[in-house]
Design a protein around this ligand. Structure first.
Ligand SMILES: CC(C)(COP(=O)(O)OP(=O)(O)OC[C@H]1O[C@@H](n2cnc3c(N)ncnc32)[C@H](O)[C@@H]1OP(=O)(O)O)[C@@H](O)C(=O)NCCC(=O)NCCS
Length: 416
């Protein structure tokens, strides 16, 4: 595989074996500052693909880790293969010697050389790390914290849907897994940034609470409106001076029907003995408008997925565009130089093609900005206003910005 250069005395990059996996996990978790227990190994082994792991070996010492998950991710208009980059770490003793840089090259050059996924995505531990490697911030999350004193949702439509309220079930999530998995799968094409979950990924999601062993938290529960929507959540009982002060964490709410989403929220917000509710939402989540007093949501914005275009032609042809586009993009990509140059993108709501061209460019865009715009949420306008993207005319910028934007804001609800 390209980039896999190992010289005597150098750090050797290679996949880890099943036997080495516990050490691999412990090494990475140590770099993140946490302890690794047997249940972490069991949980992570569910989803890790050993042949796509990278162990960095200094002699027989493991000094760094990385991995790729073979994801099927929702992007504008399609569900496509995406390399989910994960578990990037370098032991404290080996930092700032270029090992992360080498890992990034190993992964991205390898994906290109082997013709694997044309797009890579990751969650960043710090937002300062990945732009230099051509990743751009492609989605955002709004965290909300609702307190009991806030009349969070005040909407007549909730009362009108007695059928939803009467049909809902609230169970340990394990027991309703087939139902919620079906709702999630049906919703996936309309949810850019989310990825398909097979049984392994569902087990991964549901085992999180147990493995974290965060004191006092219940395992995940699911409240389900049959065939329509669900919310995954957990609770923790707390008391303060004899007054109930419990907490609720809502990990995801998926609903095909707007009122169903409101009914699920309303149900959760009426839980007895609870005082604080936390959730992580897409920036266009309607609950942000349904709140009776939106300031009382205490909303905070953070980056969510970072996206890297591995191969410009295959990546841009893989997604759909909101309106027709026929433009030449001049891409600057130092880290993955095969992307450098001019590309003619022709596309629209039904399909797209992208080919190298000698025609003059309408838009000049660095690789990270193209990655940022890929999921249709970070706007090319914003990138142009910041001076990172430049256009031959305001009409060309308008066409590109409108075509790349997608109606549903991208959001990923499961950290990988
Ligand atoms: C982040 C981490 C992987 C960096 O590894 P590293 O081998 O020290 O990185 P490199 O030596 O290849 O650094 C490459 C460049 O990135 C910069 N960089 C590295 N870590 C950075 C950070 N946390 N914030 C900002 N810049 C960072 C370096 O300064 C260097 O910049 P330069 O090219 O201008 O000199 C390592 O510090 C680590 O394991 N941290 C804890 C776990 C973690 O956060 N992992 C990331 C998971 S998403």
């Amino acid at each position: 595989m390209a980039g896999d250069v190992s010289r005597p005395g150098d750090i050797v990059f290679r996949p880890v074996t099943d036997e080495e996996f516990p050490r691999f996990l412990a090494t990475g978790m140590r770099a993140f500052g946490t302890a690794c227990r047997d249940e972490h190994v069991t949980r992570e082994r569910l989803v890790f693909e050993l042949d796509r792991t990278t162990g960095m070996f200094d002699g027989d010492r493991l000094v760094g880790t990385g991995g790729i998950f073979s994801l099927q991710m929702s992007v504008p208009g399609r569900v496509v293969p995406v390399a989910g980059v994960t578990f990037v770490s370098v032991a404290a003793s080996h930092r700032r010697r270029g090992l992360l840089t080498r890992l990034m090259r190993h992964q991205l050059h390898g994906l290109h050389a082997d013709g694997r996924e044309p797009i890579a995505a990751l969650w960043a531990s710090e937002s300062s790390i990945y732009r230099r490697f051509g990743y751009g911030p492609a989605s955002q999350t709004v965290s909300v914290e609702i307190r009991r004193d806030a009349r969070a949702i005040d909407d007549d439509r909730v009362a009108q849907r007695a059928d939803f309220r009467l049909s809902l079930r609230d169970e340990p999530a394990e027991t309703v897994l087939p139902e919620i998995a079906a709702i999630h799968a049906a919703h996936l094409p309309d949810a850019p940034g989310e990825f398909a979950r097979d049984n392994r990924w569902w087990q991964y999601r549901l085992s999180e609470a147990t493995v974290e062993r965060r004191s006092g938290w219940t395992p995940l529960s699911a409240v389900v409106i049959p065939d329509t929507g669900y919310a995954l959540y957990r609770t923790k009982s707390e008391w303060s001076d004899g007054v109930a002060a419990g907490e609720v964490e809502i990990l995801e709410i998926v609903a095909a029907e707007p009122t169903a989403q409101l009914v699920l929220w309303d149900y959760l917000l009426r839980r007895d003995l609870m005082a604080t509710w936390r959730a992580w939402l897409a920036i266009d989540d309607p609950i942000l408008l349904a709140a009776a007093d939106s300031r009382r949501l205490h909303a905070r914005l953070a980056d969510n997925l970072w996206v890297r275009i591995v191969d410009v032609d295959r990546a841009l042809a893989a997604r759909r565009y909101s309106v027709d586009i026929d433009l030449v993009l001049e891409v600057a990509d130092e880290f993955c130089p095969w992307n450098n140059g001019r590309w003619r993108l022709i596309g629209g709501p039904d399909g797209a093609s992208c080919e190298p061209t000698r025609q003059s460019a309408h838009l000049a865009v660095p690789a990270w900005a193209l990655g940022a715009a890929y999921l249709g949420t970070t706007s090319l306008y914003q990138l142009a206003r910041g001076g990172w993207v430049s256009a031959s005319s305001s009409a060309a910028l308008a066409q590109a910005a409108s075509a790349f934007r997608w109606p549903a804001a991208a959001h990923c609800s499961l950290v990988f």
